[in-house]
Write a protein that binds this ligand. Structure first.
Ligand code: ADP
Length: 848
């Protein structure tokens, strides 16, 4: 049964109410609170029952058929919501807004918040990562992007000019979980974001009018930026509904403030996750993250994604790392103190937004307690960081919140003795009366002679005297006991004295709970006033934590301080790939990366598997680390500041978008060529191999010439077309280098050592032999190869030089159908399995 087809006039009042609520939240699954359950109806119920594996039932709602329904217990709803959010749904929580006890008829219900992927602030979001929601606004010649992390209160905005592809690159680079767009945006963009990148996209044109939040954007002059921020804020405030004043003043991002690179580069260089498993382990982030706080880890990730371009700021970070490394005792003290600091940014979010509990305040207190020491250490280190230690806030928390307070606020046991005299008085009454109960048990036993008489309590009957069945007959009229309840093994009574005490106790306990709740809320109001100060402290702590982490890894992995120069010179001595080095340990061979003022292009030749792409990657990673303000994996490093990095490395083909390897390759090359400046770094790994040899080689050469003559960016270009090495003669800013390998008795050993000059041979087939392909097959491949080389066939799709020579007559003889078969295939279009099967077939033919 569809919701849209229902005759609403026939519906029960509750279901009518549901329909009205749902009308306002068409795109969300409504969790509709009914007593102890959240129920879902109609299409929502059908979807949720599938996704959450719940039983689909029905509810009588006044119609002929029952309305589809499923539900979850209210106390366990969070996990179900998580699952739905993960799958890309939005969930609107509709609560009962009145106590059913106080109302006749249908209780008022409405949505108190909508939970979406990008607006979550609960504990299930990754503490080491930001959770961004963005607004994209299209103007005539540019796009406005604003984005916020509601859990930390960070708000950013930027303008980018350019086309759709550039916009999508920008969006994917920031890893937004959710994007809001206005309704005039190109629908193709929406489609790409949704289906290719799995981003939750909402189209809306609403804009914020509430001036309470104008402080976020009031200093911004560009009305385009203001407009995108206001659209973002409208959506956030409309979904979260609570107080969001922890959202901070918007930070305007200027693209030239940062070393720019796109998502492909971020992926290719495995900056925050590995290519293969998309895991943090073995990424650069994993290697560098020795942060003690979640804030530090998040800031580190942000820094990897946004290295600096300001030399002064970078050098300042180097100075601080150097200081931390020399003053290692102070550094140890700092680490100890930082370990006591909780996630202040997210605590600040919870303080304002409202889902704060006593444990959060205890975490805040523990964090504040560490501040005076941190401040002292920073002073001793002569770091110019002003930390406000918020002593009065610490004292307030210290004297108010009980150390073992529970998570819930409605059970009492939150506030310490001595803070509020009324509360202390009530607690005295309550505990005094409890003593009275114990005394009473004692005295009643003596008075009645019933030895196992007990005084107990339960929620339904209150306090009672319990006598076991065996001793029931000992209860006499004169005791004044009034029978209340008969159980299988005992009898329960009350007396007027007990009842009177009970009223006092229960009254006091209820008052205690209410008063503690009120006091807690008052304290929260006070804490709220400190939110912006807490956020400021959080910023300082994040940066210090990151630098402390840099200092640790620099010592651990022998990183050195780079020397940033204005000349366009790269001189990285004994450079290493920091992650590969850690995996290989002392087997790793360091290499120099040298490009003097006149060298812009390094043309890198060498056999497959020799280490060409690792060599290029380590250069880019070193640049990124240096501009993050971190030390670098080299013995010494001199380099200029780069503005952008472009990479086309490895086989990270854009499988999702369904484009061919070659198409992706050419698009990447085009992107680099159109965006690079003389201050950029370009890495091209085997560019052009996705097409036939002569095509690929010609393209590679043309691209090299273009970069050489027009762009002049520092470029590393690896190739197996060693015909290209002769370019060194014509292009004066191009230098050949090669990664060496030695060949003994037909076997290859890789030295991984980069040397100047060109390699004269390629050893593809030998790499195949390393992969343990059958010897007969390898020999055969060598033969065929020679035929290609000798015949200089014009339209072949495959070329490799061999170390072995074969005379022409032998080659003639071997020209057979196998060769034809090999000509027919394009290895780049085959899966490894298909290739292996094909080889297997070939071998069978040879055996025949
Ligand atoms: P290519 O790009 O030339 O095909 P890669 O850069 O992918 O080669 O390197 C192949 C393998 O060689 C890597 O997986 C790595 O284990 C190893 N390797 C690369 N560079 C070095 C080095 N400098 N020292 C030791 N091993 C290396």
């Amino acid at each position: 049964m569809k919701r849209s087809e229902v005759d609403r006039s026939k519906l029960s009042p509750m279901m009518k109410q549901y329909m009205e609520v749902k009308d306002n939240y068409e795109d969300s699954i409504i969790f509709f609170r009914l007593g102890d359950f959240y129920e879902m109806f109609f299409e929502d119920a059908i979807t949720a029952s599938h996704v959450l594996e719940l039983a689909l039932t029905g509810k009588q709602a006044g119609l002929d058929e029952r309305v589809p329904m499923c539900g979850v217990p209210h106390h366990a709803y969070a996990n179900y919501v998580d699952t739905l959010i993960e799958k890309g749904y939005k969930v609107a929580i509709a609560e009962q807004l009145e106590d059913p006890k106080d109302v006749k008829g249908v209780v008022k219900r409405d949505v108190i918040q909508v939970i979406t992927k990008g607006t979550r602030i609960d504990d299930s979001i990754d503490s080491k990562d930001n959770n961004y929601i963005a607004n994209i606004y299209n103007f005539d010649y540019c796009y406005g992007i604003s984005y916020a992390d509601i859990s930390t209160g960070e708000v950013n905005a930027l303008l980018i000019d350019g086309d759709k592809d550039k916009l999508i690159k920008e969006i994917t680079k920031h890893n937004f979980n959710e994007v809001i767009v206005n309704d005039t945006i190109d629908r193709e963009i929406v489609e790409i974001l949704r289906s290719t990148y799995n981003i939750l996209v909402t189209i809306t044109k609403e804009e914020l009018e509430d001036s309470n939040y104008s402080y976020i954007y009031k200093d911004i002059e560009d009305i385009r930026l203001v407009s995108t921020i206001k659209h973002l804020l409208y959506y956030i405030i409309d979904t979260k509904k609570g107080d969001l004043h922890h959202l901070q003043k918007c930070n305007i991002i200027k693209t030239n403030d940062h070393l720019e690179f796109d998502i492909n580069t971020k992926n290719n260089l495995e900056l925050v996750e590995t290519l293969r498993n998309r895991e943090r382990q073995y990424s650069l982030l994993w290697l560098l993250d020795k942060c003690k706080t979640a804030m530090g880890s998040r800031y580190l990730k942000h820094t990897i994604e946004n290295p600096l371009t300001d030399k002064k700021a970078i050098n300042k970070r180097y100075d601080m790392i150097e200081k931390l490394s020399t003053e290692f005792i102070l550094r140890d003290d700092l680490i100890k103190e930082l370990s006591n600091v909780y996630d202040l940014e997210r605590l600040a979010g919870r303080i304002t937004y409202g889902n704060l509990n006593a444990k959060d305040l205890l975490q805040l207190k523990t964090s504040l307690k560490a501040l005076p020491n941190i401040k002292k250490i920073l002073e001793e280190l002569k770091f110019n960081k002003k930390i406000d230690t918020l002593d009065e806030l610490y004292e307030l928390l210290e004297k108010t919140i009980l150390e073992d307070a529970p998570f819930t606020l409605k059970e009492g046991h939150l506030i310490k003795e001595g803070y509020n005299s009324e509360l202390d008085e009530l607690k005295k009454i309550s505990s005094g009366s409890k003593d009275f109960i114990l005394d009473m048990e004692q005295s009643e036993r003596e008075r009645t002679g019933i030895k196992n008489l007990k005084v107990g309590f339960n929620k339904v009957f209150g306090y009672y005297i319990e006598v076991s069945k065996g001793q029931k007959n000992m209860v006499k009229e004169e005791f004044g006991y009034e029978r209340k309840q008969t159980l299988a093994n005992s009898e329960r009574y009350i007396t007027p004295v007990l009842k009177e005490k009970e009223n006092i106790i229960l009254g006091a306990e209820e008052k205690i709970i209410n008063l503690e709740y009120k006091l807690f809320m008052d304290i929260r109001e006070v804490v709220k006033r400190y939110v912006s100060k807490i956020q400021r402290i959080a910023k300082i702590i994040s940066e210090i934590d990151m630098l402390e982490s840099f200092s640790i890894v620099s010592d651990m992995y022998k990183f050195t301080r780079p020397n940033l120069v204005n000349d366009r010179v790269i001189k990285m001595i004994d450079s290493r790939h920091p992650v590969v080095e850690q995996v290989m340990k002392d087997k790793y061979v360091p290499n120099d990366i040298l490009m003097d003022k006149t060298t812009n292009i390094l043309l890198i030749t060498g056999p497959n598997m020799a280490g060409k792409s690792t060599y290029m990657r380590q250069c880019a990673i070193t640049v990124i680390m240096a501009q993050m303000g971190c030390f670098v994996p080299c013995k010494s490093c001199t380099m200029p500041i780069f503005d952008k990095i472009f990479t086309r490395i490895g086989a990270s083909d854009d499988l999702v978008s369904g484009e061919s390897t070659f198409m992706v390759e050419m698009k990447e090359a085009n992107y680099a060529i159109s965006e690079a400046t003389p201050n950029s770094l370009i890495l091209f790994d085997e560019l052009g191999r996705g097409t036939a040899t002569y095509d690929g080689m010609s393209l590679a050469q043309a691209i090299l010439e273009h970069i050489h003559d027009k762009i002049k960016a520092k470029t590393m270009f690896s190739t197996h077309y060693h015909e290209l090495v002769t370019l060194e003669n014509d292009l004066k800013n191009l230098k050949n280098v090669h990664v060496s390998a030695i060949e003994k008795e037909g076997k290859l050993t890789f030295l991984h050592k980069v040397k100047s000059g060109a390699v004269d041979k390629s050893y593809g087939i030998h790499v195949a032999s390393l992969a343990s392909l059958p010897k007969s097959l390898i020999d055969r491949a060598d033969d065929i190869l020679n035929v290609y080389e000798k015949d200089s066939i014009k339209n072949e799709t495959f070329t490799q030089t061999s170390l072995f020579e074969l005379n022409e007559s032998e080659a003639e003889e071997n020209t057979n159908e196998i060769e034809e078969k090999i000509k027919e295939i394009n290895p780049l279009e085959m899966t490894p399995m298909e290739a292996l099967n094909y080889l297997y077939e070939l071998k069978k033919d040879i055996d025949k």
